[in-house]
Design a protein around this ligand. Structure first.
Ligand code: FMN
Length: 191
């Protein structure tokens, strides 16, 4: 049994949106938003083919970074976070802006389109216990980022329309960070 109590990190049943950092066998870090699933006492990721999956197949470790910065979500979803945003803890990448992080050992069940990665916690840290009320603008940035990751692949108008809907919510309910994140999102999808 690991000494990490997942409940201390606020992880609960359902899907928690985190930024997963991984590392290639050559030591190159990567960061991407992913859903951390908890169901029936199991913790797992469901991954489409991606750099994150390639890295986990090469080196079966992953860090779930709990983040409340909307710009970090957008940047890591659609481009690279860059070395300045990442630090190494026990030789493995963690986001500098993380409120908390949990490191997992990974076991992959490889599928053609989707692979399931079973996670066992091995270490973690809580850096900040920020109190943060729900902001619809923040939530809208997260939804828009999901659609943006699909738009850059499929280039279908329906994703752009949904992003436009979330953009209106961000303008109405978001703060400066959410507005900056949305502007970056449009730049990175080339619209
Ligand atoms: C909030 C959010 C959650 C996401 N969850 C997942 C997920 O659970 N599985 C997945 O394969 N992709 C997910 N994505 C899409 C990936 O983050 C996206 O494809 C990313 O570009 C993959 O980057 P990588 O190739 O560097 O790993 C999510 C995106 C966002 C914005």
């Amino acid at each position: 049994m690991s000494s990490v109590d997942i409940r201390e990190f606020g992880i609960h049943d359902g899907i928690s949106e985190v930024i997963v950092t991984t590392m290639s066998k050559d030591g190159v870090p990567n960061a991407a938003p992913m859903g951390l699933h908890q169901k029936d006492g199991r913790l797992y990721l469901r991954l489409f083919n991606s750099k994150t999956l390639d890295n986990i197949l090469e080196k079966p470790l992953a860090t779930a970074n709990i983040v409340d910065d909307p710009v970090l979500f957008v940047r890591s979803a659609l481009s690279d976070i860059g070395h300045e945003g990442i630090e190494f803890v026990e030789g493995f990448p963690v986001l500098k802006g993380a409120l908390a992080w949990i490191r997992f050992e990974c076991k992959v069940r490889k599928g053609e389109d989707i692979s399931v990665v079973e996670l066992s916690p091995v270490s973690g840290a809580v850096n900040s216990r920020t109190v943060k009320p729900i902001n619809r603008g923040f939530n809208a940035v997260i939804e828009a980022s999901v659609d943006a990751t699909r738009y850059v692949i499929f280039r279908e108008k329906k994703y752009l329309e949904r992003i436009g809907y979330y953009d209106k919510l961000v303008r109405k309910c978001g703060g400066a960070q959410e507005k900056e994140a949305m502007q970056l999102l449009y730049e990175l999808i080339g619209e």
